[in-house]
Design a protein around this ligand. Sequence first.
Ligand SMILES: C[S@@+](CC[C@H](N)C(=O)[O-])C[C@H]1O[C@@H](n2cnc3c(N)ncnc32)[C@H](O)[C@@H]1O
Length: 225
Amino acid sequence: MADEKLVKSRQRVADHGEVFTPRWLVDDMLDLVGDETERIDSRFLEPACGSGNFLVPILERKLAVVQRRYGKSAFEKRHYALFGLMCIYGIELLADNAIECRENLAGTFARVLKLEQSPGGHASQSLSERSETKRDPLLAAAEAVLASNIVQGDALAMTDAVGAPIVFPEWAYLGRGRYQRRDFRYDALTQRSAASGTLFDAFEEHEIFTPVRTYPVMTIEEIAA
Ligand SMILES: C[S@@+](CC[C@H](N)C(=O)[O-])C[C@H]1O[C@@H](n2cnc3c(N)ncnc32)[C@H](O)[C@@H]1O
């Protein structure tokens, strides 16, 4: 796009290597892993995610598949759309970028699914209609997911903004509107690939990788709350 801004300031480029990738290049790169981007449950982690130039198109591709596969059932569509979002992760050093990234993903989610975004309703509605308009809990759930999936932190040190180890939630969709969340330390997760081809291959995954927290099964409303 002609108006795409790929640099915020020279200082930020010098200090943090902050140069954003143009949409055409992102699309070309995602096409190389097209099958994965179109799997609702494929997990993507962008360890220097900026404002989401890769993560937003990945979400759009997942949501297009959700629409094709589950478009006829509002229940299934809403739940699989949230699950697609749950499989998207990012780490970003700078606070403003991390906030923008969450906002861009939430905005894309709301736009594609046509969710009510403001508690005030639309200007075209009468005052009484507007006061009755409720914010869609699916959007609140999406924002709660993004608050934990998009981490402000240092991907190299694997620590968050206050220096604690980065923890990511692993979400599973159990069907019938229920989700399971388990949290894992990022530094432990990165050992998965290191263990492959070693003695540890003989162990079951759960014997090596234990969650730091397991949550009760949750619905969209419970995640939103
Ligand atoms: C080259 S930009 C790419 C941004 C985005 N991936 C894109 O393609 O548009 C690199 C980003 O990584 C962030 N960054 C730099 N060092 C980082 C680190 N150690 N951990 C996490 N993010 C980092 C910068 O703030 C910047 O937003």
